[in-house]
Design a protein around this ligand. Structure first.
Ligand code: ZN
Ligand code: ZN
Length: 200
């Protein structure tokens, strides 16, 4: 594992700016990896991270762990919490780490000589011990075969729209195989007359 300072340089580059979320995310990921016994997170695909927020810290967790959506090593669980679970798939050890609310107040108190909230938090999150920033607990996470890295287990076509579906994400409805969108879970609305597939 690299040092905090090294990861912060990398995090700023990866994320586009330096912010308290980068520091917390880097610290959270370093702690999480250590807690599940992974010293070199970027080697191999032993580590799976379940991240519970899609804000700044999520990028920092990617910087440290190398876990990515496209490798199936990063799982997004949209809970809106600055928290993540680190799973070592070799040992099955998993630890959930959550940032504590009180660290904001602590940053304000301890670094009141710094002019802005951002600077206070940056400094606090770089220097305070893990115990002041996070709580963590061992958890049990079951990763199904269809969520693991590697080749897709299955591929079927939706009988309604014809689009391909990997890894058992299809839904069976009245004996028909449907994608989640056609089964009523569509997050978009198709606009009439805007199909581009036939334009060359
Ligand atoms: Zn940011
Ligand atoms: Zn469909």
């Amino acid at each position: 594992m690299n040092s905090l300072a090294e990861y912060l340089v990398e995090a700023e580059r990866n994320h586009g700016h330096m912010c308290p979320g980068q520091v917390l995310g880097v610290r959270m990921a370093m702690l999480g990896c250590r807690l599940v016994g992974i010293e070199e997170p970027k080697i191999g695909k032993r580590l799976i991270v379940f991240v519970e927020i899609d804000r700044c810290a999520a990028d920092a967790i990617n910087t440290v762990t190398g876990c990515r959506l496209g490798k199936r090593t990063l799982k997004f669980r949209d809970f809106g919490k600055l928290a993540a679970t680190f799973l070592n798939t070799e040992t099955n050890e998993a630890v959930r780490v959550v940032a504590v609310e009180s660290s904001r107040e602590l940053a304000k108190q301890l670094f009141s000589h710094l002019p802005t909230k951002k600077e206070q938090q940056l400094e606090a999150y770089k220097t305070l011990p893990d115990e002041n920033l996070f709580i963590w607990q061992s958890v049990n996470v079951t990763l199904s075969d269809s969520d693991k890295p590697g080749h897709p287990l299955t591929r079927v076509e939706c009988v309604e729209c014809g689009e391909g579906i990997n890894d058992h994400r299809e839904v069976f409805h009245d004996g028909r195989t449907l994608c989640r969108a056609c089964a009523g879970q569509r997050y978009y609305e198709v606009l009439e007359g805007d199909c581009r597939s036939e334009v060359v």
